[in-house]
Design a protein around this ligand. Structure first.
Ligand SMILES: Cc1ncc(COP(=O)(O)O)c(C=O)c1O
Length: 399
């Protein structure tokens, strides 16, 4: 199919809720993508932090192929060896949490919010309000949307869940002041991803964790974007020496295969007795096989070390760009450049159009470019991406 044929079909048959860039990819390997014309791209977005090992990693592909020939799905009416194995692995890696599996980030957050409400109602004396952060993003289902602190995503969908109070991100005192005798939980991203890679002060999460403990409020961390190695630790909370009550994962958990997870401390997990929550597809064999293979590769290929090294390398290279840069920020391989001029969309487009090799990056608003390359990215690929980016910047700045 040509790009024009794809666009025409999409216009005819898809709901128009995405504004898509004029490219259709048909193949990927490692950090590389190829489009319908056979043009090559470096992928520094990975499907928005999803394909953590790049595209079609041989071990992940082999695991999915093997499992596809064995068994795909039986439902959660029965035991599932791969699901139990994956849960034990994540539990050991996180410090003893219990897992509920679903299929996306929004669903994982939905499970976390429902669990927090149930704990609040049953164990905390009838607490049900939730504190969330301004500019947060937690997903598009009603619960997740209700705690998303960006009114533009709420418009037209009201009324949302009641009892949500928003506070500025990065300000622990604001959390403390917002807690009432009805607050059951605080939900936060360790680093706000969708609003432009906003990194809070180093002492923010430890302080919030302390406040939550003192005030008897649950701390939920949304690690959908920051989790599974993206920031250089398996979970971002591990940078801060804290343990949230509940945390959520999705995106890269199965290296690109759709999966989400909610992990809760055992004393809270017990609240989810049979029949209280469920997902038909959650933790199916294919997703679990992919997630187990993802964890194997993470360990075998020392991927977390690579994230730390390449994160530093990419950040240093971005700081050296000849461009009107206000700030380069991030952790590990979750990095953003904020410009002083509204050039981000034009730079993104110029990167995509670059010849002979394009570069896929993400623009957030007019000023921010976000970089989420594979966790396996190499220095040579970063050098090549920076070259394309510098060229794109020069084209945009000197038309
Ligand atoms: C922090 C965070 N939470 C939740 C979500 C929603 O995930 P999904 O699109 O899989 O529902 C996202 C998606 O970008 C996210 O970045």
């Amino acid at each position: 199919m040509t790009l024009e044929e794809v666009q025409s079909l999409a216009q005819e048959a898809l709901t128009p809720n995405y504004s898509r860039l004029p490219v259709a990819f048909v193949r990927g390997y490692g950090t590389r993508l190829w489009d319908t014309d056979g043009k090559e791209y470096l992928d520094f977005l990975t499907g928005i932090a999803v394909c953590g090992l790049g595209h079609c990693h041989p071990k992940l592909t082999a695991a999915i192929q093997h499992q596809a020939s064995m068994l795909w799905h039986t439902s959660n009416l029965f035991h599932n060896p791969l699901q139990a194995k994956l849960a034990k692995r994540l539990s050991d890696l996180s410090g003893g949490y219990k897992c509920f599996f679903c299929n996306s980030g929004a669903e994982a957050n939905e499970a976390a919010l429902k669990l927090a409400r149930k704990i609040g109602n049953e164990k905390l004396g009838g607490k049900w309000e939730i504190i969330a952060a301004i500019d947060s993003f937690h997903g598009r289902t009603y619960g997740a949307l209700s705690v998303t602190g960006q009114p533009k995503y709420h418009h037209g969908f009201e009324p949302l869940l009641p009892g949500i109070n928003f506070v500025p991100f990065g300000d622990a005192e604001a959390v403390e002041e917002a807690i009432t005798d009805k607050t059951c939980a605080v939900i936060l991203e360790p680093i706000q991803g969708e609003s432009g890679v906003r990194v809070p002060p180093e002492d923010y999460l430890p302080k919030v964790a302390e406040i939550c403990r003192e005030r008897g409020v649950l701390l939920i961390l949304d690690e959908v974007q920051t989790g599974m190695g993206r920031t250089g630790k398996l979970f971002a909370f591990q940078h801060y020496g804290i343990q949230p009550d509940i945390f959520t994962l999705a995106k890269s958990i199965a290296g690109g295969f759709p999966m989400g997870a909610m992990l809760a401390k055992p004393e809270w997990a017990e609240v989810l007795q049979p029949g209280t929550h469920a997902s038909t597809f959650g933790g199916n064999y294919l997703a679990c096989a992919a997630a187990l293979a993802f964890l194997d590769v993470l360990e075998e290929e020392k991927v977390l070390e690579n994230v730390q090294q390449m994160g530093n390398y990419l950040t240093a290279k971005l700081k050296q760009l000849n461009a009107p840069i206000k700030e380069v920020r991030g952790k590990g391989l979750m990095v953003a450049v904020e410009f002083t001029e509204p050039i981000a969309p034009k730079v993104r487009d110029a990167c995509l159009k670059a010849e002979p090799i394009g570069l896929v990056v993400n623009a957030i608003g007019d000023y921010i470019l976000r970089f989420l390359p594979p966790l396996t990215v190499t220095p040579e690929e970063i050098d090549q991406a920076i070259e394309i980016l510098q060229q794109a910047l020069s084209t945009v700045l000197n038309p």
